[in-house]
Design a binder for this molecule. Structure first.
Ligand code: NAI
Ligand code: MG
Length: 351
């Protein structure tokens, strides 16, 4: 029997998760849903400090649905690094009825493929004193020895992780092409200023692109690309980004199609996948009962697809679309007066 682990997280995230679990229990009554608090336990191999109970629930489930956390080393460390979920997939598609700052958001339908394990989020940081003996210098001729008191963070780009995520993006473009999308991968990074690290990312992706002659490939420097996302989002199909740029630009991209309240994501590895909204734990609206649960619900729909339950996934997406099209009980971030609970009741009624 299929089992889903649900980790609600903290601050306002559990409110969106409770709403989503209500919907899932209506939608798929035969599936085991194990709701578990991340808790605090001993430090694991990846710095994670979740409870053993939570770790075991994640391990014994077919997939995990995660809320969001204000903790750096909770379940998320285990779900990303412990489970090697290296591909963070963030669809950016417009749903009719949702509030967009653009006059015509209808043709926005792309997906961000964000490398999910390395780059600056390898999180190796320290005091500059540690680097001084290495006498590192930059191509400008200046170097660590000349700098005073300070700290550093390491940006790690490895061949293996870059090849893996590049293949993932091109294969996704291929699958989408079969479904009528253009069949295009757009990559972006800062290879001009960081020719060694970001330049390596670009070099490898360009190499991999040659294996996919059926897929169009182009790239832009990241600052220009941040602008293009706003002015020509309808030209994008699959967008491949290193970890930190992917993190930042996915919040930006979400703004075009309704913002964080409606932006879902999935993190896929070779052996495991977990699903979470793009947003964080929204502390400023904790306890107000107004968090928009759409992002968590759409993440749950991605999970149902992963679990090979396409009918349930489609039913859930269609219900959400119906509620937005009818502008029924829309949450505050969408310009409505609906509480989380009222909006959720509308979704359940349309299932
Ligand atoms: P945030 O995404 O939690 O919130 C940013 C803004 O968007 C806030 O005004 C919030 O109220 C609003 N917002 C977010 N989700 C919403 C929703 N579903 N409905 C309506 N409004 C929504 O980002 P912030 O404030 O920068 O971070 C808060 C905490 O979340 C931090 O501790 C951060 O580390 C953590 N975080 C956790 C993530 C995760 O668990 N995957 C991801 C991002 C941040
Ligand atoms: Mg983020």
């Amino acid at each position: 029997m299929t089992q889903i682990c649900v980790v609600p997280g903290d601050q306002a995230a559990p409110e969106a998760m409770a709403a989503t679990v209500l919907v899932l229990r209506e939608l798929i009554p035969d599936i085991d849903i194990l709701v578990v608090d991340e808790g605090i336990g001993p430090v694991g191999q990846f710095g994670e400090t979740l409870s053993n109970e939570c770790r075991e629930a994640i391990d014994s489930s077919d997939a995990t649905l995660f809320g969001a956390t204000s903790r750096r080393t909770g379940a998320i460390s285990y779900l990303r690094w412990g489970k090697a979920t290296y591909a963070n997939i963030r669809p950016v598609s417009y749903i009719e009825g949702i509030k967009s700052p653009l006059s015509n958001p209808n043709n926005i339908d792309f997906v961000i493929v964000r490398e999910n394990t390395e780059d600056l989020y390898a999180a190796v940081e320290g005091d500059l004193d540690l680097l001084r003996p290495l006498k590192l210098t930059s191509y400008r001729g200046t170097g660590i020895p000349a700098l005073g008191d300070g700290r550093f963070a390491v940006k790690v780009i490895t061949r293996a992780a870059t090849e893996r995520i590049a293949h993932y993006a091109f294969q996704m473009a291929r699958r989408r092409k079969q479904a009528g999308y253009p069949g295009k991968v757009t990559m972006s990074c800062k290879h001009n200023t960081l020719p060694t690290a970001d330049g390596f990312f670009r070099e490898i992706v360009t190499e991999i692109a040659e294996n996919y002659s059926d897929i169009e490939y182009n790239d832009f420097i990241i600052d220009d690309f941040a602008r293009r996302i706003i002015v020509e989002p309808e030209t994008l199909d699959v967008v491949l980004l290193p970890n930190q740029y992917g993190d930042i630009l996915s919040d930006e991209a979400s703004a075009l199609v309704g913002g964080l309240g409606v932006a879902p994501s999935g993190c896929y590895g070779d052996e495991y996948a977990y699903f979470e909204p793009v947003h964080g734990s929204a502390p400023d609206i904790e306890g107000l009962g107004i968090i928009n649960p759409t992002a968590t619900m759409l993440s749950a729909a991605m999970m149902l697809e992963y679990l090979n339950l396409p009918v349930a996934a489609n039913t859930l997406k269609t219900s959400i679309r119906t509620v937005y099209a009818n502008k029924e009980n829309l949450p505050k971030d969408q310009g409505g007066n609906g509480t989380t609970e009222q909006f959720t009741r509308s979704v359940i009624a349309s299932l």
